[in-house]
Design a protein around this ligand. Structure first.
Ligand code: AMP
Ligand code: MG
Length: 415
């Protein structure tokens, strides 16, 4: 027989996990995953996660170079005219020398000759045949890039765990690399559920909705850095759902399902996950929208059960999925990501739960904060509010903001 104590404990409502708690719990379970490493050509490495350090393969620059088009001279010669003894273009080889009383024309990027200690820009000079005329005595050590000023051979330029952008790959190219080592992209599955959900290419009946979330989730996951290798729709039938989830668990590192995690009669997903051997991590988080989110793990495969409302599924995948893809893909990005701040253009309110809202940013940053405007919205089912969304605006519980108040947001992009 159950004791009175156990019974009363069961009826006590546990407070919901906060977003930070749920994120930390999920993150701690992604840690043991070890992505594989492969080499890819630099043009194919954009947005991939670097798997080994990149370092300078020589001192940079290897010799002193001119930072201006001008003349390399010896400052101790003062304002006296000099004899121009040659010209050094960027690309001229060799290490020439000048003596006192001499100058050498040198173009930007050209080697500064031995003996010279400064470069006089061409616009501060005049020429009389082979004679260089200066108005003033030149200051020492101007417009010369010192050998090794960017770094000595071996200086680390990029660390493992960094998601590569165009500038990173330009730096890798300058280090003499043809290929870089990158981590494998996590394989993800997207399963949309719901008898009312039809392909967006079909005309829906009055009782049906177009499957917009499956497309959104696929594109979001790809944007985070996952490879979506399975993508399908499954009706609200337990057996069919179990079959699809099992297959996704066997084939993927991350399984994202859409819909069926709330309290409805056909919300089968929590039971289906457990029956497929998924270990439960959490169900329901103090969020608006997205409260019914379900998360679990089987082996090394993470499961995220998103609520079906379009704004909920979009928001929850951004809030949890980006971290999971980073973790499984070897990226060292810190979570939760720091919030940014701007000025709201409208009045905003939240109730008991922290609230996230699709929004867009405008205005310039000249001395003022960016303006943050919520996309028009009439609830978590309002898919029209996903149009133009470039960030999620964040409100703490019981917020009441007026137009012009400071407001937090999270950009919808990799940091
Ligand atoms: P659910 O979480 O399954 O109760 O679904 C909540 C709401 O989201 C319902 O109105 C569904 O019709 C809608 N919904 C569920 N899945 C999708 C989807 N893939 N695309 C668009 N809307 C959906
Ligand atoms: Mg449903």
């Amino acid at each position: 027989m159950e004791s009175q104590d156990t019974k009363s404990q069961e009826t006590v409502r546990k407070p919901l996990l906060t977003y930070a708690e749920a994120l930390a719990l999920l993150e701690s379970r992604c840690m043991s995953f070890e992505p594989t490493v492969s080499e890819v050509l630099l043009p194919e490495a954009l947005d991939r996660v670097l798997a080994s350090e990149i370092a300078l393969d020589r001192d940079e620059p290897p010799v002193r170079r001119s930072a201006m088009d001008g003349f390399a001279v010896i400052s101790a010669d003062g304002a006296a005219a000099r004899e121009i003894v040659g010209v050094l273009y960027a690309g001229t080889s060799g290490l020439p020398t000048i003596q006192s009383g001499q100058a050498m024309a040198v173009m930007t990027g050209g080697t500064v000759p031995h003996g010279a200690d400064t470069v006089v820009p061409v616009e501060l000079t005049a020429r009389d045949g082979d004679r260089l005329i200066l108005a003033d005595a030149p200051p020492a050590d101007k417009h010369v890039r010192a050998a090794g000023e960017m770094g000595l051979k071996g200086r680390a330029i990029l660390k493992a765990g960094h998601r590569l952008r165009a500038g990173d790959l330009a730096a890798a190219a300058s280090c003499g690399l043809e290929k870089v080592k990158v981590f494998s992209e996590p394989k993800a599955a997207v399963l949309a559920t719901g008898d009312e959900v039809v392909p967006y290419t079909e005309t829906p009946g009055l009782h049906q909705v177009r499957d917009s979330n499956r497309l959104a989730s696929r594109l979001q996951l790809q944007g985070f850095g996952a490879q979506v290798t399975m993508d399908c729709h499954v009706p609200d039938k337990e057996e069919a759902l179990k079959k699809a989830v099992s297959k996704a668990l066997d084939q993927c590192d991350l399984v994202v399902t859409i819909g069926g995690v709330s309290m409805g009669d056909k919300d089968f997903m929590p039971r289906v996950f457990v029956e497929c051997g998924v270990e439960f991590l959490f169900h329901k988080v103090a969020l608006q929208p997205g409260k019914p989110v379900w998360a679990g793990i089987r082996g090394n495969t993470i499961v995220l059960g998103l609520p079906g409302n379009p704004v909920s599924s979009f928001t929850v995948l951004e809030l949890f999925g980006r971290m999971v893809v980073d973790q499984l893909g070897g990226a060292t990005t810190a979570y939760p990501r720091p919030l940014r701040y701007g000025t709201t253009t409208t009045e905003l309110r939240s109730r008991k739960r922290p609230r996230w809202l699709p929004c867009f940013l405008s205005g310039d940053q000249d001395g003022g904060a960016l303006q943050v405007t919520p996309c028009q919205e009439s609830g978590s089912g309002d898919w029209t509010s996903l149009a133009y969304a470039s960030a999620l605006l964040f409100l703490t519980p019981d917020s009441q903001l007026q137009a012009g108040d400071r407001v937090a947001y999270l950009p919808l992009a990799n940091p």
